[in-house]
Design a protein around this ligand. Structure first.
Ligand SMILES: [Zn+2]
Length: 332
């Protein structure tokens, strides 16, 4: 077990008491948490050890959820420049699941992967779905990549055969308001009805105007889901709840991003990450001390649930039942 001190301070604990404690249900399923091994990534978040597996994520999750029961969907993590570390990252998630009750894991795919090999590897490693990322796309800048550039259709076909989920962090300037993204999301969901397509970060609606502009046209897709992770804009979550219903929204922390201090803010037609290293915190009459992204995130969900008038059982769905139903985890 890690002996690392957490980046959480008194300010974070006070925020938890004031904003989170009375809102958060007693079980938390975290559908977007990264597990990483030293040497395969370049994350350096104060207080977070270089290797983090199930025990560490569970430990640090207490900063966000106190002593609540915790389970998760674990995603492999590595640095984009260290592609040779991908097999190790996938193995690491698989190994960690051996002692992680109620948890599931994703297999990281690159656009070059052979679908049959992926099928065998996911089975061999006991994983349950796929994770992809735009940094693997061959085109530059990868922030403007189309979905098949980093998630080719033959991989989706295999996921369909196996009934897997796919966690997809879409990119492009206008996210889910982009016609290319809308085209591919619809095509994959319609042609491959047995996949469960999870759009990460509330459809990457860090600028919620993009969710308001684009999500309406996807309402009829029954196999489309959303993880809320790291998005701190209540309207981004509300757009999903209002257009798709609360059963399609699943909580996630995006650990270790949850343990950066600051938040992402919508501005203009885009968004901006403010972290504790941004030179802005002394600009007001009194110094501002940012809290953990993960806490800001939960507060944004609280505000979204309040605005959408959700009742306790619906909030419990977002934080546990939607995920365990989606991933086929037995009730306990
Ligand atoms: Zn992530």
């Amino acid at each position: 077990m890690t002996s690392h001190p957490s980046p959480a301070t008194e300010i974070d604990h006070a925020f938890f008491e004031r904003e989170v404690e009375s809102f958060l249900p007693d079980k938390v399923f975290d559908a977007h948490a990264h597990l990483m091994k030293e040497g395969s990534h370049r994350f350096a978040i104060r207080g977070i050890p270089a290797t983090f597996g199930y025990q560490e994520v569970k430990h640090f999750s207490e900063d966000l959820h106190s002593q609540r029961r915790y389970a998760g969907l674990f995603l492999p993590g590595f640095d984009a420049s260290l592609k040779q570390k991908i097999p190790e990252a996938n193995n690491w998630v698989s190994e960690q699941l051996a002692f992680a009750p109620d948890c599931v894991g994703a297999f990281f795919v690159t656009p070059e992967d052979d679908p049959e090999w992926v099928q065998q590897e996911v089975r061999r490693l006991g994983l349950h779905g796929l994770k992809c990322y735009h940094t693997m796309a061959p085109n530059q800048p990868t922030f403007e990549a189309e979905i098949p550039d980093y998630l080719p259709e033959p991989l989706v076909a295999v996921a369909n055969q196996e009934g897997w989920f796919i966690t997809l962090h879409i990119v492009k300037k206008h996210a889910v308001a982009d016609p290319g993204n809308l085209y591919w999301i619809r095509r994959y969901c319609e042609r491959y009805p047995h996949i469960k397509l999870i759009l990460a970060h509330s459809a990457r609606g860090f600028q919620p105007a993009h969710n308001l502009a684009g999500l309406e046209s996807l309402r009829d897709l029954n196999n489309l889901y959303f993880d809320s992770s790291a998005n701190c804009e209540p309207i981004a979550h509300q757009a999903i709840v209002r257009l798709f219903g609360h059963k399609k929204l699943i909580y996630g922390t995006d650990f270790p991003i949850s343990h950066i201090k600051g938040r992402c803010v919508a501005i203009g037609d885009t968004f901006l990450w403010l972290t504790e290293n941004s030179p802005i915190w002394n600009e007001k009459h009194s110094a501002i001390e940012p809290v953990l992204v993960g806490l800001e995130h939960i507060r944004s969900l609280k505000w979204a649930c309040w605005s959408e008038k959700l009742v306790d059982s619906q909030i419990e769905d977002i934080f546990w039942n939607n995920a365990t139903q989606l991933f086929g985890i037995q009730k306990s």
